[in-house]
Design a protein around this ligand. Structure first.
Ligand code: FAD
Length: 433
């Protein structure tokens, strides 16, 4: 046995995987790093909308993790965590065993709250692109739909925080339906809890309102904002459109032959309801160093982190956590744990910039928001064919990073140099104060 301190990374999605690599490199020889996943494979979630229209095969965005972890000298199990016990510094696994830790990094992503609306989700009457297996099922459903075209409803439910993929999917469907020459037989409606098109949980970025409204107008996609979905039956969605005062302004019954809505997210069961660790939705509480205020040896990153909404809206909407922002959390967590290992206080603060590329197949919209809450220093959005190419570049880069175990954030650096943004808030390092 070894007496090195043990760092556990819980969850091997977009954030957890690269966190394990970065933490490993930042603590080499001084700590043991182990990843607890619930799957043998990593799947590149941002490409799921492409999977759902067969622009990507699921296999192309899969990375088997055990070989890379072994090569990196990182412990790996795919049995999944049952429950975290912060008081005992222990994680119980689903096979009845448990692992103790000196530091725990929680990167468990979202639990998908489909059960909050009757008939919602892949076990109900709508498809999902949140997981790659869902997206593969959505592709089969889409092929069947194309043989018998009907109306489409796409969007994001009340409490959702991930709006980019909703717009992306609506516009991808439009592109694919035109390619299949059946767009004229498919009325499309975008249904969203956002107070206006392009709000994105961020109160808009640059002119996302104008850009996305214009895209949808040009593509004949109607929309309902401030929408609350009350129930979904086979082929029929019930939606309440709410006014500024929160009262129901209009009730809509929307027939559909195919529908995808992003659900609200909440924390996963392994961490839900732990006093001091999680908020009431099960998201992990973290200070500006990504460290839990109560259990100071627990860090968190990615979608599982609690971030308050940007402001009140008639229907609740959350703040998105995008890949770039997650990478800035990863870098901060790796630095801060390495600092603690060396007997210093954590001092890195992630920038939490929102950078997003929404691809429509034949174009797209990109935006950068820094900081998240307006007024901002950087508030930029743009559109064009280049967004599609940039997104393909992001996919290739990220998959290479996960496959090779690289911890160097090269793409980010490139993007940052181009856009003049820094991943870590250099000026807020407490160590220099
Ligand atoms: P995840 O990638 O979801 O990883 C969490 C992992 O933890 C999962 O593998 C899960 O199985 C595992 N886990 C959960 N519970 C347990 C347990 N008990 N034990 C062990 N393991 C567990 N962002 C962008 O920047 N650009 C995009 O284009 C983009 N597109 C998106 C498209 C879609 C459809 C969605 C849903 C999100 C998109 N995002 C995008 C947002 C964000 O980047 C992704 O959601 C990203 O995958 C979040 O990373 P994460 O590590 O926080 O969570």
């Amino acid at each position: 046995g070894t007496s090195l301190p043990r760092i556990l990374v819980l969850g091997a999605g977009l954030g957890g995987t690269i966190a394990a690599y970065e933490i490993r490199d930042a603590t080499k020889g001084r700590a043991e790093v182990t990843v607890i996943s619930d799957s043998e494979d990593y799947w590149f979630v941002p490409s799921n909308p492409w999977v759902a229209v067969r622009w990507r095969e699921p296999e192309a965005i899969r990375v088997p993790l055990a070989p890379v972890m072994a090569k990196k000298g990182i412990g790996f199990t795919s049995v999944g965590a049952l429950r975290v016990h912060p008081q005992d510094q222990r994680v119980d696994l689903r096979d009845g065993t448990s692992l103790t830790y000196d530091w725990l990094v929680i990167a468990t992503g979202p639990e998908l709250a489909f059960d909050e609306i009757p008939g919602f989700g892949p076990e109900g009457h709508t498809v999902s692109v949140c997981r790659t297996d869902h997206a593969a099922h959505a592709a089969d459903a889409f092929d069947a739909f194309c043989a018998d075209p009907k109306p489409i409803v796409v969007g994001a439910a009340q409490g959702a925080s991930c709006f980019g993929p909703a717009y992306e999917f609506a516009l991808i469907l439009d592109t694919e339906l035109r390619r299949r020459k059946i767009r004229d037989r498919v009325p499309m409606t975008f249904v969203t809890s956002e107070p206006y098109i392009g709000h994105l949980g961020l109160d808009g970025v640059g002119d996302t309102k104008g850009l996305l409204e214009s895209e949808m107008r040009e593509r004949h996609i109607k929309w309902i904002t401030n929408a609350r979905v009350t129930g979904i039956e086979p082929g029929m969605m019930h939606v309440e459109e709410v006014g500024e005062d929160g009262a129901v302004k209009k009730a809509h019954d929307l027939p559909f032959g195919y529908s995808m809505l992003l659900p609200a997210f909440r924390g996963v069961k392994a961490v839900h309801g732990i006093e001091g660790l999680t908020n009431p939705r099960g998201f992990i509480l973290a200070d500006r160093h990504q460290r839990n205020p109560t259990f100071k040896n627990i860090y968190s990153l990615g979608v599982c982190v609690a971030i308050p909404p940007i402001g009140p809206t008639p229907v609740p909407v959350g703040v998105p956590k995008t890949g770039f922002m997650i990478e800035s959390m990863v870098t901060a967590v790796a630095h801060n744990i390495a600092s603690e290992l060396d007997g210093r206080e954590p001092d890195e603060v992630p920038s939490w910039n929102a950078v997003c590329l929404a691809d429509f197949g034949d174009g797209g919209v990109a935006f950068v928001a820094q900081p998240q809450i307006p007024p901002r220093n950087v508030n930029w959005s743009s559109h064009g064919k280049w967004v599609h190419l940039a997104k393909v570049g992001f996919e290739k880069y990220f998959l290479h990073k996960v496959r090779s175990g690289t911890s160097e954030p090269l793409y980010e650096k490139l993007a940052l140099n181009v856009l003049g943004i820094s991943k870590l808030k250099e000026t807020t390092k407490e160590s220099v104060r």
